[in-house]
Design a protein. Structure first.
Length: 243
């Protein structure tokens, strides 16, 4: 518990998590309000529609997670952390738990905030959470945000530089996965196995995959597996090299 407390204090003692957290919530809710508010007969507003812009918040949360560790490497405070806690893996796992918990809370705020705003703007739309699928699409954002933060933290530990880690995460999640579809012959087959595509399949947003390999929860497990593999590689690397 002392490790978790220490990581919580370190995380919230700087301004970046507060600003990132605010942006992660405000941006997707604001864009959802614009999307739903301007919707006409050509756009059917449903529960999954309310989560269409949550990926903006997810991107900001990944920046937050990367900053949580790259900032320590930048200012060499990670050395003090490892001196106080010789078990590096335990220290980094505590950081991961704190960041993932915060990301999960932000994800729920984004999800239910976007859904609530949509209900206010379109009271006639069918936005009731009447089924397990509806609840998965909304409440499931917290799980996706938490796992995205775990993946981003792993990338941050591996790269150790803020600019490089943030650029890699944002370019990959917002651009590379979509461009992969343009590869002749194999593009579509590769695209269906991309991690953030899997996360979107769990929520039920984005491009639907024809003949999906898994159900929604299977795609969440797949996304979790990739996130944990990246984190495991980062922990092994951090334990072997100099801080």
């Amino acid at each position: 518990m002392s490790l978790l407390t220490a990581e919580r204090i370190k995380l919230f003692s700087t301004r970046s998590p507060w600003w990132c957290g605010l942006a992660a919530v405000v941006l997707p809710i604001g864009f959802t309000a614009l999307l739903v508010g301007q919707a006409n007969g050509g756009l059917e507003v449903g529960v999954t529609t309310t989560q269409a812009t949550a990926n903006l918040g997810r991107s900001v949360v990944m920046v937050l997670a990367a900053l949580a560790v790259t900032t320590e490497y930048r200012f060499s405070t990670i050395r003090s952390t490892f001196q106080a806690t010789p078990n590096r893996i335990a220290a980094l796992l505590a950081k991961t738990a704190v960041v993932a918990a915060l990301a999960g809370v932000l994800g729920e705020l984004v999800a239910f905030g976007s859904w609530g705003v949509s209900r206010l703007l379109k009271p006639s739309a069918d936005l009731a959470l009447d089924s397990a699928d509806d609840w998965r699409s909304v409440a499931g954002e917290g799980l996706v945000f938490a796992l995205a933060a775990v993946l981003a933290l792993g990338v941050g530990i591996l790269v150790r530089q803020t600019a490089g880690a943030v650029a890699l995460l944002l370019v990959y999640s917002l651009l590379v996965e979509n461009l992969i579809q343009l590869i002749p012959t194999a593009g579509e087959d590769i695209h269906r196995w991309m991690p953030f595509v899997a996360a979107d399949q769990f929520i039920g947003v984005g491009q639907r995959i024809p003949d999906p390999a898994f159900g929604p929860w299977g795609y969440l497990v797949y996304f979790a597996g990739i996130s944990l593999v990246v984190l495991a590689a980062a922990l092994v690397t951090a334990n072997r090299r100099d801080a």
